[in-house]
Design a protein. Structure first.
Length: 183
């Protein structure tokens, strides 16, 4: 009887070890088949409102929107740009960082008018939002595997400012990056 119990215990231990190792192997194999692929595509100027002017369209490099400028001269002037964030992998992507370096406002008047620069920069409308829903892009947002989201970047001079600048002001936007990670 002791032999029978010992054999049963040994068989159970080996069975348990086999199940554990088999599950680990299965989990590892599934992990190998997971793909992670976030791309930015189709960046374009979508709206120019009022007397706004965009001398150079921004460019995408990987998941980075390169520096670009928007010139404004009165309240309500803005430009918007749209692009797609595509998750072509099979893992959901979670937004973990939004790197938006503060824009610089430069008076184009000669001599330079620093009060115009301060007026525009203190009344700047600069945000990222989802084009379909108008909801602002924020940390923690998820892009499901195999889907894409169209995002709009809006840059302009708020309508509720006290006054217009006396001359054109260039809003220089430095590189901005959206960083996604596996959910």
């Amino acid at each position: 009887m002791k032999k029978s119990v010992l054999v049963t215990v040994i068989v159970l231990v080996f069975s348990l070890v086999g199940i554990i190792l088999g599950n680990k192997s299965f989990a590892f194999e599934n992990n190998i088949n997971d793909s992670w692929n976030i791309n930015f595509n189709n960046l374009k100027t979508s709206i120019i409102n009022g007397s706004a002017y965009v001398p150079n369209d921004p460019e995408i490099i990987e998941t980075n929107i390169n520096a670009f400028d928007v010139l404004i001269s009165k309240k309500g002037d803005y430009a918007s740009f749209t692009f797609d964030v595509e998750n072509s992998g099979n893992i959901d992507a979670k937004l973990v960082t939004i790197n938006k370096i503060e824009p610089k406002c430069i008076s184009l008047e000669l001599p330079e008018n620093t009060s115009d620069e301060e007026l525009v920069c203190s009344n700047l409308d600069y945000k990222y939002y989802y084009t379909k829903t108008n909801k602002e892009v924020k940390i923690g947002d998820v892009i499901k595997a195999g889907t894409k989201e169209n995002i709009t970047i809006k840059v302009g001079f708020k309508n509720n400012s006290i006054s217009d600048p006396t001359g054109d002001v260039q809003i220089t936007l430095f590189d901005s990056t959206l960083v996604y990670n596996k959910k």
